[in-house]
Design a protein around this ligand. Structure first.
Ligand SMILES: Nc1ncnc2c1ncn2[C@@H]1O[C@H](COP(=O)(O)OP(=O)(O)OP(=O)(O)O)[C@@H](O)[C@H]1O
Ligand SMILES: [Mg+2]
Length: 320
């Protein structure tokens, strides 16, 4: 846990830019701490882009923002082979994905084949172009943003691949007090009172060390069983919520079980604890599971969302 204070410093730095949104900032740090990719969803203007930029400015890592648009091509992300007439051979020109922190902004504005190129890189941690496979940097994480899906002119992400995101974070509107603080802070930054101290940026080595420490956070067998029970319950909903027995078409995969333990461990680490408690699991379960279960037609007809199903499961399954 030697690296934990460094992460608290990074959070402080992000808090100097972002007012409130504590859960969002925690989740961004959890992404960095686990190497897990994040899907950030919220209405326009809720500081999704600003929060990821605040992270990038606090970490000594290469940062790339990719604006997703309808005319983007997969090669615009991955890079491509370019013919060098002098050497008479093809050379690989790496695309913008070959960076450490990627902000995939408004990911649902690009068509499915571009989204697939991103999702593939996220899963494989490497990119294949032609016959060559190119590894991505060790630190590589994707923070993707999207607006709620009802908006026109967008392509929903493929449901079957959504579970490549460690967390699906939904962002809410600020309170009135927070909004007042946002207003005042915005005016301050115009006077240049908000400079980033480059010396104190988090080093990549520290991030990699912290990932080891998170992997070593202790978890009791009873809590492991609780996690597995939660994931299984999404596949056998009727055993826990009889009245909603047919409300899930597809439950969460074992990848969800792994993700929940990782996220809970990182959350424990951020609280300065070397062991996971049930509250860590309960805190992370909604963001880990929300995008990994597919509510049935019946559920949608009754306006029961995956978030509501997870909340009820957390109520019903006994806490160890
Ligand atoms: N909680 C907050 N703290 C500080 N600034 C905020 C906060 N919420 C919104 N803002 C400000 O609101 C503006 C919009 O933020 P931003 O561009 O990050 O939103 P977004 O969620 O990425 O929106 P979009 O979905 O349209 O891309 C920025 O100037 C940002 O600084
Ligand atoms: Mg934005």
């Amino acid at each position: 846990m030697h690296t934990q204070p460094e992460f608290l410093k990074l959070r402080q730095h992000m808090q100097s830019v972002i007012v409130g949104q504590a859960a969002l900032l925690d989740r961004i740090l959890i992404g960095v701490l686990t190497g897990g990719h994040l899907l950030l969803e919220g209405a326009p203007g809720l500081a999704k882009t600003t929060a990821v930029k605040a992270l990038a400015s606090g970490v000594h890592a290469s940062f790339q923002r990719i604006q997703f648009t309808p005319d983007l091509m997969p090669a615009d992300l991955t890079g491509s082979e370019v013919f060098d007439p002098q050497q008479r051979r093809f050379d690989f020109m790496p695309g913008p994905l070959f960076h450490e922190i990627i902000l995939a902004d408004e990911i649902n504005r690009a068509p499915p084949k571009v989204q697939s190129a991103l999702l593939e890189a996220m899963e494989e941690h490497q990119i294949t172009v032609g016959a060559q496979t190119h590894p991505l940097p060790a630190l590589f994480i994707v923070m993707a943003t999207q607006n709620p899906l009802e908006q026109a002119g967008t392509y929903p992400l493929p449901e079957a691949q959504l579970d490549r995101f460690l967390l699906h974070v939904t962002i809410d509107y600020p309170s009135q007090d927070e909004e007042l603080a946002i207003l005042r802070r915005d005016r301050q930054t115009h006077f240049g009172e908000d400079r980033i101290d480059l010396e104190s940026r988090l080093q990549p080595d520290t991030v990699l060390k912290a990932r080891h420490e998170v992997a070593e956070v202790h978890i009791e067998p009873t809590i492991e069983e609780y996690v597995v029970r939660l994931t299984h319950a999404t596949r056998h909903l009727g055993e826990w919520i009889e009245e909603w027995a047919d409300y899930i078409d597809f439950g969460a995969s074992p990848r969800a079980t792994l993700a929940l333990v990782r996220a809970a461990s990182a959350y424990a680490y951020l609280q300065g604890r070397e062991y996971v408690i049930p509250d860590d699991v309960i805190e992370m379960a909604p963001d880990v599971l929300r995008h990994r279960i597919l509510p049935s037609f019946n559920a949608k007809a009754k306006q029961v969302t995956s978030a509501m199903i997870i909340a009820r499961l957390l109520e019903r399954i006994p806490i160890p």
